[in-house]
Design a protein around this ligand. Structure first.
Ligand code: SF4
Length: 357
């Protein structure tokens, strides 16, 4: 464990929200610290009571073609033990007064009342019935979900409310909830996306050390599909100089089509935040030093050079089409939302949204 500042109470966490200019004060009430034991040794869990859990993504949702396809998100955890070196959500931890590196990987904020809050916020008197997206900030099926079961509770609550929802994850733990997801699928309420950026095991080990292996994620796609759950794959992020070789792209493109993904999208790495850039390059230097130097010199802006992005898209498209698939939108089609009512009470602004793919 790295140099870790001990937490002694709520006063040491700054609950300031990522998308808000001003501190949000008591959005969470109190912090109870739990030190991980057994399989969670080395972790800390910061239990908080969230005042609200539905978060609005301004400028997104139906009718906002320039934004994301969903307007509302719920995230029971902040921080993620999957520890992907490129994770776009890392800066959200610094808003809490924690660091974006090992704190993000090892100190996970747990909204222990997320299920009861969601149930209250979905009350028909105050909720319009719009689609709710999960996995937009940190992974809802990261390892500690096996212990807290909050995502399962959220899925059950959305199912009971007949509310459409989507899930994006890198984890095979989602298979634990096949019973609920299968029922939601039969009612046309859910779609799932597995994020699988590569099938190259060396790259996976170096960049996503806390995630299940790509082969198990591909198997999860098959199992979700066999259970009738609409499941696509997001090939993301593709890492220039690391996972963007022609053979690597062909392999992942072919594999996701063979797994039965109903849609395939892709995202090339971007490095919008300086903190993410620093952490990604520092960790990459220990395993792929030449690629780290190359990336540092070529990512002069926030994204890969246009020529790289075009080559990756063309190579991936050819591989996917050769396998009988189609490279399309980022995610599978959203389930239909019921007729939208106007909420009587406006839920809060977003405290998150990083699409940490
Ligand atoms: S990219 Fe997703 S799975 Fe990886 S650390 Fe970030 S939130 Fe977790």
């Amino acid at each position: 464990m790295s140099s870790r500042t001990p937490l002694t109470g709520s006063a040491q966490l700054r609950w300031e929200l990522a998308d808000e200019p001003a501190p949000q004060g008591a959005l969470f009430e109190g912090v109870r610290r739990e030190v991980g034991t057994g399989e969670f040794r080395g972790m800390e869990f910061l239990h908080v009571e969230a005042k609200r859990v539905l978060n609005e993504v301004k400028g997104s949702g139906p009718g906002n073609p320039g934004g994301l396809p969903f307007r509302w998100t719920v995230n029971p955890y902040r921080g993620c033990s999957h520890a992907c070196s490129y994770c776009f959500a890392r800066p959200t931890h610094t808003y809490l007064g924690l660091d974006a590196g090992t704190d993000f990987d090892q100190r996970v904020v747990v909204k222990v009342n997320a299920v009861e809050r969601l149930r209250a916020e979905l009350h028909p008197a105050r909720w319009a019935g719009e689609l709710v997206a999960m996995g937009t900030n940190t992974d809802p099926y990261q390892r500690c979900e096996g212990k807290y079961r909050l995502t399962r509770g959220l899925v059950r609550t959305l199912l009971e409310a007949g509310n459409p929802f989507s899930i994006l994850t890198k984890s095979t733990l989602i298979l634990r909830d096949l019973d609920l997801l299968g029922e939601a699928a039969r009612r046309g309420l859910v779609r799932v996306s597995l994020s699988i950026g590569t099938v190259d095991e060396a790259v996976w080990r170096a960049t996503e050390p806390g995630t299940p292996p790509p082969a198990r994620r591909l198997r999860a796609v098959e199992q979700l599909r066999a259970a009738g759950v609409p499941c696509g794959v997001l090939i993301a992020p593709i890492l220039p100089g690391v996972s963007d070789g022609d053979d690597q792209l062909a392999a992942v493109g072919r594999a996701v089509v063979e797994a039965g993904a109903i849609s395939v999208g892709h995202v090339v790495l971007h490095l919008r935040h300086q903190e993410v850039r620093d952490i990604y390059l520092e960790r990459l230097a220990t395993t792929f030093p030449e690629a780290a130097v190359d990336t540092a010199s070529r990512y002069v802006g926030r994204t890969a050079p246009k020529a790289d992005r075009e080559r990756i898209a063309a190579t991936l498209r050819a591989a996917i089409e050769a396998a009988g698939g189609h490279l399309g939108a980022m995610e599978p089609p959203l389930p239909e939302a019921p007729a939208v009512r106007t909420p009587a009470v406006e839920p809060p602004s977003a405290d998150q949204l990083a699409l940490p793919l």
